[in-house]
Design a protein around this ligand. Structure first.
Ligand SMILES: *Cc1c(COP(=O)(O)O)cnc(C)c1O
Length: 277
């Protein structure tokens, strides 16, 4: 960092709240407002057994006295993960579904599109990827009161990335780091979510080579990096998203793939509950 004259700042969205942290709160905020406004009593969504999205949703439901239902990918495990135990404790109804069924659920994007949905029920697609989520991400950008050259973030569904593209001004660079292996499809996903007219801006890229073998893989190299990062900076990371982003960012800086002398903001998107897995 010092050799390359790069200034790295971290936007600590992990500090928003102990449970609903990071981009999950950003994405949920306006969706919840909408759901409440139209009189919903139940919010239904989907995610994996370690999902930060369902974790945030279940907690919010518990606090706001809304019913929540989570479609969980895969069979019910004998021993529920710490995340699933929390969901249950906060009153979320867990519905375990096959991978095929789960994939089908991805087709429903609008809040009333889920087949069989009833009055008062509100469907929230995977990762909370909706237009309303984009507004929450825009608030994150509006809070940054310093000048910068590039902004970095980890990508899962790409919804947060799409929000940034819509909200960050065009001369700044946006660099996403994919958590999934083979995430080339993300570019399309992001383009579909970005507000009209901003898709073709060429100020954003998604780095696909820092997945460390896949979504939930934990390589020793990555874990070692995270430990060192925590010791040096006093900022906790997790291996699914934020660890990969910082690893990738440091690697790009080392390789001079990032212009020396610049100011970079990395968004800590939270997700630390996943560290219990
Ligand atoms: C969900 C999540 C992401 C990915 O966000 P998307 O909007 O799905 O791309 C990144 N970081 C953390 C910590 C997350 O929980």
């Amino acid at each position: 960092m010092r050799q390359k004259q790069i200034e790295l700042w971290v936007k600590r969205d992990d500090l928003i709240h102990q449970v609903i942290s990071g981009n999950k709160w950003r994405k949920l905020k306006f969706i919840l407002q909408h759901a409440l406004k139209i009189g919903s009593h139940t919010i239904i969504s989907m995610g994996g057994a370690y999902s930060n999205h369902l974790h945030a949703l279940a907690y919010v439901g518990y606090r706001l006295k809304l019913n929540t239902v989570g479609y969980i990918r895969g069979e019910r495990p004998d021993q529920l993960s710490a995340t699933l135990q929390d969901l249950q404790r906060w009153g979320m109804e867990l519905r375990f579904v096959s991978r095929t069924h789960y994939r089908e659920l991805r087709c429903y994007k609008k809040h009333d599109e889920l087949p069989g949905i009833e009055e008062g029920q509100y469907w929230l697609p995977e990762g909370g990827a909706t237009e309303l989520a984009m507004q929450g991400i825009a608030e994150l950008v509006a809070e940054i009161d310093m000048d910068y050259d590039a902004i970095c973030l980890p990508c899962g569904t790409g919804a947060t990335m799409a929000g940034l593209i819509g909200a960050v001004s065009g001369e700044k660079q946006i660099i996403g780091f994919a958590a999934l292996k083979g995430a080339g499809f993300l570019v399309n996903e992001v383009e579909n979510l970005v507000v009209d007219g901003k898709q073709r801006q060429n100020n954003w890229t998604i780095k696909l080579d820092y997945h460390f073998g896949g979504f939930a893989q934990r390589s020793n190299e990555l874990l070692l990096f995270i430990k060192q990062f925590e010791q040096e900076n006093g900022i906790e990371l997790e291996p699914v998203y934020t660890g990969k982003m910082f690893y990738g960012l440091f690697d790009l800086i080392k390789k001079d793939a990032i212009k020396p002398g610049g100011k970079i903001i990395a968004i800590h998107t939270g997700g630390l509950q996943g560290n219990r897995a």
